[in-house]
Design a protein around this ligand. Structure first.
Ligand code: ADP
Length: 407
């Protein structure tokens, strides 16, 4: 019994991956997209075989899960020998701070956080309920995107709002992408050959969503996303930081409703708003074609990250390594160069040739004389969820901070 199924249930999608934990190795993975919409599609990969693709309407999530189970029957064999099922849950609030074995109480607690993540937690819960009904004898574990950041001190997580109001409504910085920040922070310490408890890192998760975290001795002390994933860095379609008064101004001057502004800042801003394209490969193509708006957008993108690096270097007091991860962080050398540009004063010096290299493994891209190591560490949130799930079901739960996890 050493297999773990990892499930990430979104509002119109189900992503999954089956791991053999001795190794560890991926046995199968896949995605059901556009559930309840036109153009639904299942893509299932098992071993080295050609992917199985089924393009058929999927009415709801229950039907989506049935498709997934029958895909396993067709390619790769039924799901057996499961030690546990790990569910990605976006918001754990300030109560769910560790990977949690799912029982009725945990389900109620996850439901309690729904107002903080109305687009995510209800779908995550739906996936949990369906998986519990399909595998009633298999332990199920919830792994929270927010958990790693729960070690932040109040000075980092509090907003300067009336204290009682913030407390009653639970308005504070929570942070997201925690599974990824935790995974790459641990991998970076391994790559540096030093105990996680001894190194100070800034981790930059740059994907469609993007966030930075300051990790001191294995504990997160600050992160750029806030109450929701809207705060912080410039993202594919999210604005990141702006003057909150922009919201009132948009309402008063442009007559936009709260929902319009929510949609504008989350789905139509960021690189899409600045450059007309949210995918960084497309932005790079536009820059190559001499598009000035795209070049300026890229400058805004990198400058925002650079400001956070400076801020987190100050928060940490001493910086040992800067870590790039996720789609853009792992693959876009121009962004990495743009972020590190002018940071020599902080001891950050890239090696241009190393920066252009590629590898599926963690690697150093800083110059030999750089005081701060700059690393590219491929993230693997699914594997991190699988490992945390196994740790919970075998009674060896890993604490949220990496420090206490050191042997
Ligand atoms: P998500 O947040 O959806 O998981 P990813 O981590 O896959 O997103 O990141 C998506 C971003 O990464 C896109 O902007 C895309 O352009 C960029 N990206 C992904 N793969 C590559 C690649 N091979 N080369 C350059 N950019 C890439």
């Amino acid at each position: 019994m050493s297999r773990v199924l990892v499930v990430n249930t979104g509002s119109s999608s189900i992503k999954y991956q089956l791991f053999e934990m001795d190794g560890p190795k991926t046995l199968a993975s896949g995605l059901v997209e556009r559930i309840g919409e036109a153009g639904a599609k299942l893509t299932h990969r098992a071993g080295d075989a050609e992917p199985l693709v089924v393009e058929e309407r999927v009415a709801d999530h229950s039907e989506g899960f049935e498709r997934v189970f029958s895909a396993f029957e067709t390619a790769g064999g039924p799901i057996t020998e499961l030690a546990g099922i790990g569910h990605r849950v976006v918001h754990g609030g300030d109560r769910l701070t560790e990977p949690t074995l799912i029982d009725d109480e945990a389900v109620a607690a996850i439901a309690d956080q729904a107002p903080l993540a109305p687009l995510h937690n209800p779908s995550n819960l739906l996936g949990i309920r369906i998986a519990m009904a399909s595998f009633p004898d298999t332990p199920q574990v919830a792994v929270f995107d927010t958990a790693f950041h729960q070690t932040m001190p109040p000075r980092a997580y509090r907003y300067a709002l009336p204290a009682e109001l913030a407390r009653d409504l639970r308005i504070r910085r929570y942070g997201f992408h925690g599974t990824s920040h935790a995974y790459v922070a641990r991998k970076a310490a391994e790559h540096l050959g030093r105990p996680a408890a001894e190194v100070n890192l800034i981790t930059l998760h740059l994907g469609n969503g993007a966030s930075a975290a300051a990790v001191q001795g294995g504990r997160c002390i600050d992160t750029s996303m806030g109450l929701t994933p809207l705060e912080g860095l410039v993202m594919g379609t999210r604005s990141g930081d702006l003057d909150p008064a922009v919201v009132f101004y948009l309402h008063r001057e442009a007559g936009l409703s709260v929902d319009d502004i929510d949609d504008l800042l989350n789905k139509r801003s960021g690189m899409l708003g600045l450059a007309g394209a949210n995918d960084m490969r497309e932005v790079a193509r536009l820059v190559g074609d001499g598009d000035e708006a795209a070049a300026e957008a890229l400058d805004v993108y990198c400058y925002r990250i650079r400001k956070y690096v400076g801020a987190y270097a100050a928060a940490l007091g001493r910086l040992d390594a800067l870590i790039f991860t996720a789609g853009i962080g792992e693959n876009n050398d121009a962004v990495r160069a743009g972020v590190c540009q002018g940071l020599e004063g902080l001891g950050i010096r890239l090696d241009a040739r190393r920066n252009k290299g590629r590898s599926a493994k963690p690697r150093t891209i800083s110059a030999d004389d750089s005081q701060v190591a700059v690393l590219v560490v491929p993230t693997n949130e699914e594997l991190e969820i699988a490992q945390q799930t196994l740790a919970v079901v075998t009674g060896q739960a890993r604490p949220a901070s990496l420090e206490a996890a050191e042997p």
